[in-house]
Design a binder for this molecule. Structure first.
Ligand SMILES: *Cc1c(COP(=O)(O)O)cnc(C)c1O
Length: 460
């Protein structure tokens, strides 16, 4: 197990310091750690996660955050501005997804704590609405195998059955016939991704939409990752299929402001084609001795700071900014994809846009990963089949990064061809930290232990 890198250098607090520490000293400690950790991705060699990477933008967001960080978004009598910020975030996002063209319903949204939060709210609202309207007691959703684990997590928490639909091994799009044949009287929703996390491929949303209309079930389109880039790529004239509210069957969409929206981690938008769906999961407790209680989503108190900072990110970036960054990203991604394709040993999976995934029929692709890691690259590792993915973000659009990728990849292929033993790295969501693929189940449990328990012992 890797040692926590700060153990030897900093005091580990297992109980409160006897006397409060000097704030300057505390800040200096944090600055040192943050600077070291930022150096990891500032090179531009890290897939996804740092969607913006612009410290000037972060400083601007910090100022917006700081003005409202201490405010509780639940107490709107004290902060009516939060209603303005939140409504505008939702309206601007609904507009990106062409909700203005919906005539048969009233599109609305919720700002949640992240992509998982958005997906959870959508799943909960399908369960609640269809329990009420159709008396469904054992709700079921059908999810492409490639759709995000947040769906499985939501269904696990809310007692919804998940049916996994296979994807075509060439296009990496969901098998629409399987989805159709799996729909029964308990099905509340089907799911498609635009795009999925693993391969960056877009499911056939138009066909899923037709199916949803025909069968009378909901359709959630997961745009957590693609939500603040694919619509702009469409506007730039790229060949992106329609996946938004213009399709009649699309009933909910999730789009993460904390990814390509360039806001801070901790916000996302979930949109509903109709108000009745969103309102079905509202929570009221009117006879509590502590007073009448209501909350629009699963959270209780929330920081108004994140909402203000998200609003600030969107209005500062504007249409011009999102178009500019989307163009830079897709150009960098295009060059990288083309280079991968130029090597006959490598194979791009499906038809990707800004996020691409590649494997090899000649060697274990994790040999490429082992080599690239030594050059400072951090790809996301996948399994079944073993593959590596790169979500191209703004840090890769810095000068020289694409060139370095090409050069390092060329050398990595030579290295991979010479290897006779097993590679050292394996597939872990959100990063590859080592461990053989075959040992991953044990390894991932060890990682969870390291993340959660290492420093949580109670002093004797
Ligand atoms: C990031 C992501 C999510 C949600 O993840 P969070 O970590 O909760 O923001 C859902 N779907 C896709 C495709 C994603 O990339």
């Amino acid at each position: 197990m890797t040692k926590f890198p700060y153990e030897d250098r900093f005091n580990i607090n297992r109980s409160l310091p006897e006397n409060g520490r000097d704030p300057q000293e505390v800040l200096e400690e944090l600055q040192l750690i943050a600077k070291e950790e930022d150096a990891f991705w500032e090179t531009g060699k890290c897939s996804g996660t740092m969607y913006c990477g612009d410290h000037e933008h972060y400083n601007f967001l910090n100022q917006a955050f700081g003005l409202f960080a201490h405010v509780n978004a639940l107490q709107r009598d004290m902060c009516p501005s939060v209603t303005k910020f939140e409504s505008e975030i939702i309206s601007m996002t609904l507009d990106i997804f062409n909700a203005g063209e919906v005539e048969d319903a009233k599109p609305v949204g919720l700002v949640t704590s992240g992509g998982t939060g958005s997906i959870m709210h959508a799943m909960l609202s399908y369960r609640e609405l269809y329990a009420k309207e159709r008396g469904i007691k054992h709700p079921k959703v059908i999810k492409p195998e490639t759709a995000h684990p947040a769906f499985d997590k939501a269904c696990h928490l809310f007692g919804i059955e998940v049916v996994l639909a296979p994807v075509d091994p060439v296009t990496m799009q969901v098998d629409i016939n399987f989805v159709e044949n799996s729909i029964d009287e308990n099905t509340v929703a089907i799911i498609g991704s635009a795009c999925n996390y693993g391969y960056g491929t877009i499911d056939p949303i138009e066909e899923l939409s037709d199916l949803a209309v025909r069968k009378g079930v909901g359709l959630h389109v997961d745009c957590c990752l693609g939500g603040f880039i694919l619509p702009f790529l469409s506007k730039l004239g790229r060949d992106i299929p329609i996946f938004d509210f213009r399709l009649k069957g699309v009933t909910t969409i999730s789009a993460d402001t904390h990814k390509y929206g360039y806001a801070f981690k901790g916000t996302s938008v979930v949109m509903f084609r109709d108000k009745s769906l969103r309102n079905s999961q509202y929570f009221y407790l009117t006879d509590w001795s502590g007073g009448k209680y209501c909350s629009p989503g699963m959270d209780g108190s929330r920081s108004a700071g994140l909402i203000a900072a998200t609003w600030a990110s969107m209005v500062k970036t504007g249409m011009s900014g999102y178009l500019k960054y989307s163009k830079e990203i897709i150009e960098a991604a295009g060059e990288m994809i083309e280079h991968v394709r130029s090597h006959k040993e490598l194979k791009i999976l499906g038809n990707p846009t800004f996020l691409f995934s590649f494997t090899s029929d000649e060697f274990d692709i994790y040999h490429i990963n082992d080599f690239m890691r030594l050059r400072g690259w951090r790809f996301n590792g996948q399994q079944y089949p073993n593959a590596l993915h790169m979500a191209v973000t703004r840090p890769q659009t810095q000068k020289g990064v694409v060139e370095t990728f090409k050069k390092d990849l060329d050398e990595a292929i030579e290295y991979a061809k010479e290897q006779t033993s097993e590679p050292a790295s394996g597939a872990i969501y959100g990063g590859v930290q080592g461990g053989l693929t075959s040992e991953v189940d044990g390894f991932i449990k060890m990682l969870m232990g390291q993340m959660m328990d290492e420093f949580q012992e109670i002093p004797e």
